[in-house]
Every structure is written in C-alpha cells, then in structure tokens.
Design a protein. Structure first.
Length: 510
C-alpha cells in the first residue's frame, strides 16, 4: 500500500480529534516511506517551503523547518535535515526567511468611502493582511465583500462582518454628510431594535456592533440577542451607560477604548447624569451633533480628572469579563500629528486609485497645520491605558479604522503594530493581537492563526524576524492565501493602481 492510499483512507474519518490525529499518523507514515526510497518523498499536488524559520504566536521559534502545503492546508512540517524529499517536488527556498500566520486588521470599514472599497482587498493582501473584520456598514454592501472572499478565497482576504452599527433613536452615522456616511441603523425602541437585529442575523452577520446612542434597555436587548445567537458583541460604550454595566451585560470587546474614560473620572456619576439629560435631545439635533456635544463636554475633562481607584476597578472588571480591546492607536496619532500631511506618508498614496489619491491630496491641503494639545493628551492617555490593561491581563486585537483619517489599507495595520509595541505589548503579544487573538475571537483558533499541521495555510513569508523588530512585519517576501503561493511580483502588481506612476516606495526592508 503506497502513502497516497493510506492518506486517502485516513481522510475518510470525519471526527475533529481524529482529523488532528490523522496528520500525525500521516507524518509517521511519510517518514517511514522515506527510509525505503532513495529518491525521497514526493508530495503530489503539494509544494514545500524548505529551511525556513517558523514564527509561532505563542511557542518559540522553530528554525530550519520544511512546510508541506496541499490545497488550502499545511499537511506536514518537519526539520529540513531530518527528512529527505524528492527534487521532483515544487520547492521554495526559505533560507534566512521567516514564516508567520497571516495578519488580521480587526477594524475596517468598506462602506466609509465606497469608491475606495473595491481597491481595498488587494491592498490588504499585498501587505500580508489575509483576514478582515468589518465593523460597520450597510449590510448588503459589506456582505458583497464577504461573498467575494468566499468565492475567491485564494486571492481575497477573508471578511467577517457586523453589518451596520446598531444605534439608537438619534443615530450618528446617518448619511447626512461625507463625514457621517450611512454606516448605522436607527432603532427607536427595544422592539424596533430586536426586529432590525434579527434581519442582520438572518443575513448571516458574524458579530454585532452596538453604538453610542443606544439606551440601557436597548443595549441590554442586543447583548441578550448576541448571547442567544452565539455572536460576539462589540461596540462603543453607550453614552447613557457606564463601562462596567456594559461589560457586565456581555460586551465582548470595545473599539478605540471609546468612552471608557467617562467612567474613570472622579466626576463620573455627575457626568453620567449630565449625559442622560442631554441625551433627551429636547432641541432635536442630529445624532452626530449630539454625540459631538457630549464628547466635547466630557472627554478631555475626564482624562484630566482620572480616579486611580475607578481605573483599577474598571480594568479588573474588563479582565474578569474577558472584554477585549481594539484601541486603534495609529488613528489617534494620525489626527494629533497630522501624519497624513508628511511627504513621506503621501508618497504611499500612489497605491490608491488615481481619483482617490487626488481627492485625498486635495482635502489634506485644506487642513491647516495645528497641534491640538487636548487631543495629544488623549492620545497619550490611550497608550498609557493600553500598557496598564495589558499588564492586567486584558487581550487586544490589532485594528485600524481604515480608511478613516486617511489611513491606508494594509500599510496602516503595520503602523498599528508598531504603536502597540510602543505602548507596552511585547513583540510576541503584538503578533498575537493580529493573528491568533482574532482567530480565537471568531472561534477559529483550531484552524487559523498558527503555523501548524492541519491549519489553513494563510501565511506571510518575511525577509526579517519580527520578534527582533516589529517593523519587520513589513519585510514581506511572499503571502500564502488559502494555500496559494503569492510571490513578490504578484503582490507588487496589486499595489500599482496608478498605471502612470512609475515609482512605488519599497516595502521590503523598510
């Protein structure tokens, strides 16, 4: 009986645990066959990557390894010098290179600038981002990108969607201006919320996102619906609530650390009472203006009146409830220091479609240079809070909010990784935030987020070690998506959206 026949017999078993066992069994069989073959093992319908160092999100680095990839899975891995393979195999040389799981951007918006959306998947993939978590947009629009990813898994990043932000009676993102496109749905009461969320569930959203204008009763309802349907609930802390109440009701993650500072102030009780009064909205202003009024009144006052006892209590509750954070640090830095106005930054606009590049450049020219001290202090506070939360056991996912704030799809994720590292996460913890943590968030950590036999082959090959310098996540040599090997030439072709531009800043080694 040859190894191929054994392989086919083993694969007839469907149990998950036996599924993992069969890979180990197959590995043993292959090694035994090697001893009987002078030519070495030939892996049919597969390719190999030899002499590569594996960057594991949790375990230590393994050097001089061979990976065997078939269809969309890693089917074997072993020390290169311990198993003889036939030179008839398709073999890629991984000498002095590193391989790690494909990256996630855990906070993006396809629907924020719809005329950029079609270019975004290619830009993500070219930067090693193989999975995306879309955190708000019109359901049919964002679902179209999810369906494209399912139809073309080998050339398109995986897409998980929340559908629209679920907001209250005065919804913020109502489509009233370019700064507030229609990313949300308005729900006037609990009954209305239940009806509209059920529509999202019927359309197979992957998680739900609660927004700032929800009443406590509405938030409690959506939290219950999420639990009943085994969906994660993320969002901003509703302005009518405290962060502890939201976490205790079942908020699984918080985006941008949004509104947690309001509960950390020495004046938090008075601030909450004031917010509830203003939220009655007796003058019937738009939701965007209402939110802006509240933020302006309380956000900076909160970070200037922090209560250490309340901070400890809140962080303890978040850790106990396993309420994860997606802090989007680079977004704040972009606004504070106006990075988008620097020529070193705008040179990367060459990767954008020409009309979008020209639009962004035109808009940026109209923005005056100005350092907002309050916003800088707020940005500094977010970094301090990330460090404190990390030290106290709270988990993070790396996300950007792209394309808000002129953040570039793909590149901004690597910039976020740098900011997380600068905020106290170790380089290994940063890698976890963009690999195994999002996989775990979506209950996919038994098949995604590791370089491991039996796992989906969504991988990134790097020229330099990211555990030595997190900026090395940009030294991309190749991307493997759903088992398909995408070399540097192919990845570069995804970046040239402007055919008249002859120059593109090199990613490798920067």
């Amino acid at each position: 009986m040859d190894w191929k026949t054994i392989y086919q017999l083993v694969y007839k078993v469907k149990s998950r645990w036996v599924f993992m066992f069969k890979y180990c069994f197959l590995s043993t069989v292959i090694i035994l066959i090697t001893a009987c073959s002078n030519d070495g093992i030939y892996f049919e319908n597969s390719y190999l990557i030899e002499n590569i160092s594996i960057i594991h999100p949790i375990e230590e680095v393994e050097n001089q390894m061979t990976l065997v990839i078939s269809e969309n899975k890693i089917i074997n891995q072993f020390k290169t010098n311990q198993v003889k393979v036939s030179q008839k195999n398709v073999i890629y040389d991984g000498y002095e290179k590193y391989i790690m799981p494909g990256l996630w951007d855990a906070h993006i918006h396809f629907a924020y600038e719809t005329d950029l959306a079609n270019a975004m998947p290619d830009l993500f993939l070219a930067h090693g981002v193989t999975s995306l978590r879309d955190t708000g947009g019109e359901i049919d629009f964002v679902n179209s990108f999810k369906q494209k990813s399912l139809e073309n898994p080998k050339t398109t990043p995986r897409v998980k969607i929340a559908g629209p932000l679920v907001d209250g009676n005065y919804n913020v993102y109502d489509g009233s201006s370019p700064n507030y496109p229609e990313l949300s749905i308005r729900t006037v009461n609990v009954i209305d919320l239940k009806k509209q969320v059920q529509i999202l569930i019927d359309k197979n959203v992957d998680f739900l996102k609660a927004y700032e204008m929800l009443s406590p009763a509405q938030f409690e309802a959506i939290a219950e619906i999420a639990k009943e349907n085994n969906l994660k609930l993320t969002g901003h802390i509703p302005l009518s609530m405290s962060v502890i109440d939201a976490s205790n009701l079942g908020l699984n993650s918080i985006e941008h650390l949004r509104n947690i500072e309001l509960s950390m102030s020495t004046h938090s009780d008075r601030f909450l009472k004031e917010r509830k009064e203003i939220l009655e909205n007796k003058t019937q202003i738009k939701g965007s203006q209402l939110r802006r009024t509240l933020h302006k009144k309380q956000r900076f006052k909160s970070i200037y009146s922090l209560d250490s006892t309340k901070i400890k209590e809140i962080v303890s509750v978040l850790a106990k409830n396993n309420t994860w954070q997606i802090p989007t640090l680079r977004l704040y830095k972009n606004y504070v220091y106006q990075k988008y106005k620097d020529s070193s930054y705008t040179s990367y606009f060459k990767m954008l479609p020409k009309n979008k590049k020209e639009e962004w450049i035109s808009e940026i020219k109209e923005i005056p240079r100005n350092l907002n001290v309050d916003l800088k202090n707020y940005s500094d506070w977010t970094q301090i809070m990330v460090k404190y939360m990390n030290l106290n056991g709270i988990k993070f996912m790396a996300g950007t909010d792209v394309p808000i704030g002129y953040l570039l799809p793909g590149l901004s994720l690597h910039q976020e990784l740098i900011e997380l590292n600068n905020s106290g996460l170790s380089r290994r913890e940063v890698i976890q935030s963009a690999t195994i943590n999002p996989a775990k968030y979506f209950n996919m950590n038994d098949s995604l987020g590791k370089v491991k036999t039996g796992y989906i082959a969504d991988l990134v090959i790097l020229n330099n070690n990211p555990l030595e310098n997190i900026e090395n996540t940009l030294s991309i040599n190749a991307v493997i998506k759903d088992g398909k090997y995408l070399g540097r030439k192919y990845l570069d072709s995804l970046l040239y959206h402007n055919k008249d531009d002859q120059y593109f800043p090199k990613l490798i080694g920067e």
